[in-house]
Design a protein around this ligand. Sequence first.
Ligand code: ADP
Ligand code: MG
Length: 322
Amino acid sequence: MTPVLEIDDLRITYRGSRGEIPAVRGISLRLEPGDTLGLAGESGCGKSTVAGAVLRLLPVGTDVTGRIVLDGEDVLAMSFGRLRAVRWAGASIVFQGAMHSLNPVQRIARQIAEPIVLHEGLSADAAEKRAVELMSQVGLPAWRARSYPHQLSGGQRQRVMIAMALACSPKLIIADEATTALDVMIQAQVLTLIKKLVAERNIALIMISHDLSVLADTCARLAVMYAGKLVEQGPSNEVFADARHPYARALSAAFPTVGDPAERRNPHGLAGDPPDPSALPTGCSFHPRCPVAMNECATATVELRRAREDWQAACLRVEEVA
Ligand code: ADP
Ligand code: MG
């Protein structure tokens, strides 16, 4: 079976006025059709950079090395024409706040139909018919087809984005904080919907969030990023309940108590912030914040090691943490 996505030793360095920013530092991932992977980590850990690289959406001049193979095709070697085709039909991304990027003066069904006309060559009428079908699949009533984006709620607009992501039957959907801006009830509805749609169509899903509990609920596997690297990867339930990396453990211990202001200031019970990628600590990048760090952690190179057959963590103390 051809994997839907294979990422091998991906390294990404932004080049800005402040110099080089190594945002992703050697990540490997693999998804088969129907696989669902949750990618977690605090803000700034490099999650969106990985997502952007898969469809080559990163700023011009960004240095990308390693391999990204989408349904058997080398993404980094694709022509722009090929990329444009692949961006809807091969893989699609739903961003946080993408719902604000809808065209305010175009009716909903027309917007969903646009990529279908463009990429599948359907007539405008046929594509709109398909758009209305897609709308019903994401739980939007048919009469909404003639609405403008401002007439929809935030949750409905995010459903429109999901319908657009599904429009050309991609093999992979990347949802990058796609539900973060929604209130908790709507977020749960949209997550359930995404989960159902990808399962029905055997689509591979990468769901990105800073919230491990959201991911554990939706995805079969979890990968946790810290400072541009994967620090843990394994089956969702187990990583969520019994993480082997102290960082992943801290994230999963974060059960936000609604209304508790202390929780909001320090949601993970972790002091401080992730490091600035242009000034990374030596050794294990997490050691300055780690509750179980040893002297060695400040100098050692710590790679992912096997915690179990299907489960890896990058910690010198992985056995003890278990
Ligand atoms: P996440 O999605 O996990 O919050 P990002 O991938 O957005 O993290 O960012 C990773 C790092 O790369 C951060 O330090 C961020 O400041 C930096 N970064 C992101 N986008 C750019 C850019 N266009 N130019 C320079 N640095 C960037
Ligand atoms: Mg992000």
